[in-house]
Design a protein around this ligand. Structure first.
Ligand code: ZN
Length: 256
């Protein structure tokens, strides 16, 4: 596959980067992003990825736009209240980026979601609840898919990048029996906090699409009061019920 002269001009500032180039832009173009949760994180991640030229984007969300979403979910306006988030995001992004193929799943994520993994796929966990995070994690472990997960609530943000056999998984970090209740519904959030995490999530995702494996197994924590980032390694818990001794499908060579 090649890129056209028009694409070369459009993405020229990306192609200038030594670790992108024309080959990297083709990798981005032939990648698929599955974005689960099209809210504060998901709308921004989808927007950045579409703008960067990610060839296929799948938006998964069964929720509807509410007025309390508007301070941080910048794709939505008052006219969208009551409409499905994934559908509204699809209409707006498709209008702005007609060259990108966007699929809509106006439903809550389940592990039986039928998707095509023939492309280089990266999953983005942009949801806002503990149950869905575990479900997405299990799905990625089972299908050997890279997962970039982000969360933001109050002035705390967290990100991690999982890849099978290279790191621990979400369940290693927060076993299912531990209840984590902090989310923006209960403890509040400022829009730019979500934006900070979403930008990092999109950046890490693009690096993965370009073949960067250094990000896997890393955990980033952001303090929005002191503006400090901390990094840790997400090591596998030998007693994890999800990623230890779990039968996995063949790891996709395209990411290696
Ligand atoms: Zn695990």
């Amino acid at each position: 596959m090649n890129i056209s002269d028009k694409e070369f001009m459009r993405y020229s500032r990306q192609i200038l980067l030594s670790n992108v180039g024309e080959h990297g832009q083709i990798r981005i173009k032939t990648s698929q992003a599955i974005i689960v949760g099209v809210g504060g994180l998901g709308t921004l991640v989808a927007h950045y990825l579409a703008a960067a030229g990610v060839g296929e984007i799948v938006l998964v969300d069964g929720d509807k736009v509410e007025s309390s979403n508007l301070p941080r979910q910048l794709l939505f306006s008052e006219n969208d209240i009551g409409k499905n988030k994934a559908t509204v995001a699809f209409i707006k992004l498709q209008q702005q980026y007609p060259n990108i193929h966007i699929n809509v799943r106006a439903e809550m994520f389940t592990d039986v979601l039928q998707l095509d993994y023939s492309k280089q796929t990266v999953v983005f966990d942009c949801c806002d609840n503990f149950e869905s995070r575990h479900l997405i994690n299990r799905f990625c472990v089972k299908n050997s898919l890279p997962l970039i997960s982000a969360a933001a609530a109050n002035f705390s943000g967290q990100l991690f990048a999982y890849y099978p056999s290279m790191s621990g998984c979400y369940n290693c970090l927060y076993p299912e029996q531990i209840e984590v209740n902090d989310n923006c519904r209960s403890v509040g959030i400022l829009g730019p906090m979500v934006g900070t995490l979403a930008s990092m999530q999109a950046l890490i995702g693009l690096k993965v699409m370009l073949g960067d494996k250094q990000v896997f197994g890393k955990l980033w924590l952001f303090d929005g009061n002191t503006f400090q980032w901390r990094t840790a390694l997400l090591e596998q818990d030998p007693s994890c019920s999800v990623c230890v001794n779990t039968e996995q499908h063949v790891i996709k060579e395209s990411v290696a």
